[in-house]
Design a protein around this ligand. Sequence first.
Ligand SMILES: Cc1ncc(COP(=O)(O)O)c(C=O)c1O
Length: 393
Amino acid sequence: MTDPKDKPARRIPLCVPEIRGNEWTYVKECLDTGWVSSVGSYVDRFESGMARCSGTARAVATVNGTSALHVALLVAGVGPEDEVLVSTLTFIAPANAIRYAGAWPVFIDAEPDYWQMDPAKVKDFLERGCTWSDGCLRNKATGRRVRAIIPVHILGHPVDMDPILELARKFGLVVIEDATESLGARYKDRRVGHLGDAACFSFNGNKLLTTGGGGMIVTDNGAWADKAKYLTTQAKDDPLEYVHNERGFNYRLTNLLAAMGCAQLEKVEEFIEAKRAVAGRYRQALAGVPGIRLMAQAPWAASVFWLYTVLVDAKEYGMDSRQLQRRLAAAGIETRPLWQPLHKSPAHRGAFATDCEVADRLHRDGLSLPCSVGLTADDQARVTETIRGRTAP
Ligand SMILES: Cc1ncc(COP(=O)(O)O)c(C=O)c1O
């Protein structure tokens, strides 16, 4: 007989989907009726639901968040050899999308308080690093035309948007929010996803809402939405004679996945509440642990705490973020460091960047903790006890 004490502890995953609503009913209806492909009532319903949720006039569903960003850039008029300012501390997708459009990213550092794109560094780059020539704003260092800004609202918290929107107006730049990680968050009572000219969402497996894979462009600009729908459906001008006046993309979300999205969307408020409750419990249990700095929320923000993250001060805590990650892994607890900042990414070697020392520090010290919507208080206590148990060197 094995001693129950020897049983391996149940694994606590970082962030898994919560599928306990109408997903089965809606997906079964697609299967039963044969409406499984990219046309169907669930695609339309999911689009109008997401437009309602973000407060925009229109929404266009896509196969994933990266394709949403790609098409949003194209409809906004970003083209080859343009430059687009983007957060350096983010998942790589927005920078890749910029390159798919033939343009170049300009990586902007994070600010130290809430870890979002730093408006002061955007201002410094636009005012001191750029010049007007041939009627356009150009990066002095590369000579390329600066066309757009993609602020990425990372980890559930909004970017400080007002100074960025003001700069965009002053310099004639388009603003496309990458709102993927902050669905439901608010900036000064305005909804993330309805702050710039357009916004993009992803519904991959670890997002607040998931369709397995999926994305959405939301905007008030009807012409952009029409163009986005056209480009995501292979730019069909005459669907009977197969006439295509442009090279489009097969980027449309399927009805099957949109059905899942509709069911997930019904629970969005519940999911946000659960994320905030997880964040509240971490705040309580980890407050005052020497060397552990908790995620902050700006006075002007309502974060959804999509991925609860702490910073580990190696000297004060007695081990660094990667050592803590290994200690938690040994206890069956999955965590994840923050992304390699994109100015350091070999995939984007050669792109222009501001000084990005804050993002480098956040990358070194950051560790995202388990925060699934369904995380139980007991499992969360296991995470915090494991962290609290190791405060001495
Ligand atoms: C900030 C951000 N943008 C874009 C994406 C890309 O979305 P997808 O995986 O659906 O292409 C992700 C995550 O996947 C993300 O975290």
